[in-house]
Write a protein that binds this ligand. Sequence first.
Ligand code: NAG
Ligand code: NAG
Ligand code: NAG
Ligand code: NAG
Length: 294
Amino acid sequence: MQHPPKHYLFTVVALTLISQFLPVVFTANPCRGICGSIAINYPFGVDDGCGAPQYRQMLNCTNDLFFITTSGRYKVQSIDYEKRTMVVYDPAMSTCSILQPHHDFVMTDIQAVIIPPTSDTVFALLNCSIDSPVLNHYKNLCFNFSGHSCDELYGACNAFRIFHSLTNSSPPCCFTGYDTVKYMSMNILDCTHYTTVINTDSLKGVGPPDWVYGIKLSYSVPDTGCERCTRSGGACGYDTETGGMMCLCSSSMNATRECAAGSIADLGEGKKLALWTNIHAYALLLGAFVYIIL
Ligand SMILES: *[C@@H]1O[C@H](CO)[C@@H](O)[C@H](O)[C@H]1NC(C)=O
Ligand SMILES: *[C@@H]1O[C@H](CO)[C@@H](O)[C@H](O)[C@H]1NC(C)=O
Ligand SMILES: *[C@@H]1O[C@H](CO)[C@@H](O)[C@H](O)[C@H]1NC(C)=O
Ligand SMILES: *[C@@H]1O[C@H](CO)[C@@H](O)[C@H](O)[C@H]1NC(C)=O
């Protein structure tokens, strides 16, 4: 039997090695686990097919993490996976220190159900006309929180002093919850500006310049057996065509519920594969050298 030329052998060995090692590089969890400084865990995902299908296309990771709603892109400040809350901030919103033209905060129907603003997120409607529904038929939707009335904003905030100084009296205002702005746009409410404040339960004795402006959302986690998948070393995702739950085990394998339990049960799927690949590759390498030397 004639030996094949050595350069041919080297090519075969090299190709084999490359093809064996390549999957390892790409088998790591196919879902990004971080965006900027914010961890991305179930039910969220920034790559299509990752996370829960209900949250599909709600997050966009372009350097920073953004929460996408009907009314725009809101920068995600933090996600608390224990309390199941997410704090978002609208850079185009008025706050105590900056006055900006209003635009409505509008969520999709699904978002309003699975990730609505928390009850300690208060919407402050400012410079309302005396005909505003929240001053008439719906005035019971307005409240004061932690000892604060909305009139305080006109006096304490540089941005809102203008409302007061133009008329020499405070125009009507209203602190209210998300449900009010959900059913009534700013035009219907007849208020020219709004701002949102979070953690309102803990603002007793704290002045408006020191309040935290933003929107805190409370999300629900679909009960789809994700834990079982995570425990088996997979990442929870879904079929991008059917929307059905899937356990993403590696780039070459998806399972319905959990990644196949191997004999090296304690290692994650990626590590298991890497170990196997390494053994395989070293054996091949050894075999090739032995063959060449002989
Ligand atoms: C596994 O699922 C992901 C996400 O839906 C998809 O991108 C990938 O192509 C799937 N892989 C296989 C082998 O089916
Ligand atoms: C994220 O947003 C950017 C800018 O709007 C857009 O170009 C990109 O397609 C979005 N990515 C995804 C995955 O939706
Ligand atoms: C306050 O509201 C009135 C109408 O009710 C409007 O004419 C005025 O421009 C508003 N003030 C500011 C500073 O936008
Ligand atoms: C809120 O407080 C202001 C000022 O103390 C008061 O005039 C107003 O009636 C209160 N509003 C409600 C809804 O309790």
